[in-house]
Design a protein around this ligand. Structure first.
Ligand SMILES: Nc1nc2c(ncn2[C@@H]2O[C@H](COP(=O)(O)OP(=O)(O)OP(=O)(O)O)[C@@H](O)[C@H]2O)c(=O)[nH]1
Ligand SMILES: [Zn+2]
Length: 299
């Protein structure tokens, strides 16, 4: 394989502007042309080799999906081409409804199937409390799976592994929910793979701060992303937002004004549903917050 050879590869790890691609079973360190940082883990890319194990990314192939966060200034790509998302929460430490809902909205907007994964169900003192808090999501139709990564690893693997087959999945969650423990069950050699990727990307000690993709079977992969504390959705337009709230859907079209923003309009079907307890108050509050964010976008 010589300099100038063309390849098609999959991006399996990203750290800053450094990417690692896999092409025909070979790992290639990649950079973008210019200062572009629009590449995501999971992207299928056209490459030109610059040395036996290095390449330049010429082109990102059309994406089936793109999951991303954004703040006022820029978007932060989480993963490309995934078709399902697992939001990992736990009995303890306590999870944030705000972050869970934001992740649900991001998935809906990107057209990605989403489930919640309640981990650490072995912590029985907190189990009923966590289940109760998750009812708001299951009543909207989101599936909530219960697992215990350290308490019942075999059963957890048996529950999750079949769900990954034939899919490109991503796990996200706040720090401490047990995401790494789950990945270690799903990807037995994850630690070794992480070390190898870390060396290839030259990330030094920061082994847990990059997103990476693992193969878990033919046509099956799972992406592990770093824990997050915030989940900005500045990029979602108003129209996208109302549709991304699954609990609003039965009421859309029922408002007096066709262009109702569901904030303070008279005879708003969404507001009526909130008042009747059919839509959770915290969901509507978040919707208002996200509308505000989408009006603040500077890019
Ligand atoms: N009791 C119990 N503890 C668990 C379970 N899964 C993970 N833990 C513990 O929870 C802590 C956090 O787990 P990690 O897997 O490191 O969590 P993480 O979400 O990857 O966290 P970050 O690495 O900070 O992003 C560790 O002490 C685990 O041993 C579980 O099913 N039950
Ligand atoms: Zn309305």
């Amino acid at each position: 394989m010589s300099k100038g050879t063309k390849r098609t590869g999959t991006i399996i790890a990203a750290h800053g502007r450094h990417y690692l691609a896999e092409a025909e079973g070979q790992r290639l360190q990649c950079v973008t042309r210019g200062k572009k940082t629009n590449v995501a883990v999971g992207d299928i890319v056209d490459l030109t080799l610059t040395s036996p194990d290095q390449a330049v990314i010429d082109k990102i192939q059309e994406r089936k999906t793109l999951l991303y966060r954004s703040d006022q200034y820029k978007s932060k790509l989480l993963a490309a081409n995934v078709d399902q998302l697992f939001i990992v929460v736990a009995t303890e430490p306590s999870f944030s409804d705000d972050l869970v809902s934001r992740a649900l909205v991001a998935a809906e907007a990107a057209g990605i199937h989403v489930r919640l994964l309640l981990n650490k169900v072995d912590v029985t003192e907190m189990l009923e409390h966590a289940r109760k808090r998750l009812q708001v999501y299951s009543s909207m139709g989101y599936e909530v799976l219960e697992v215990s990564a350290t308490g019942q690893p075999e059963q957890t693997g048996a529950t999750l592994a079949p769900l990954l087959q034939g899919h490109s999945s991503i796990l996200i969650g706040q720090s401490g929910m047990g995401k790494s423990s789950l990945i270690n069950i799903l990807v037995p050699d994850a630690d070794i793979a992480t070390r190898e990727i870390s060396e290839a990307l030259d990330t030094g000690k920061h082994t847990t701060t990059f997103t990476r993709l693992y193969h878990v079977g033919p046509d099956s992969s799972v992406i592990d992303s770093p824990g997050f504390q915030e989940f900005g959705l500045y990029h979602l337009s108003e129209g996208m937002l109302e549709r991304a709230f699954r609990d609003f859907q039965p009421y859309l079209g029922g408002c007096r004004f066709y262009n109702c923003r569901h904030l303070s309009e008279p005879q708003c079907a969404v507001l009526e549903a909130v008042n009747e307890g059919k839509i959770a108050k915290m969901r509507h509050t978040l919707y208002g917050q996200l509308l505000h964010e989408s009006s603040q976008t500077l890019y």
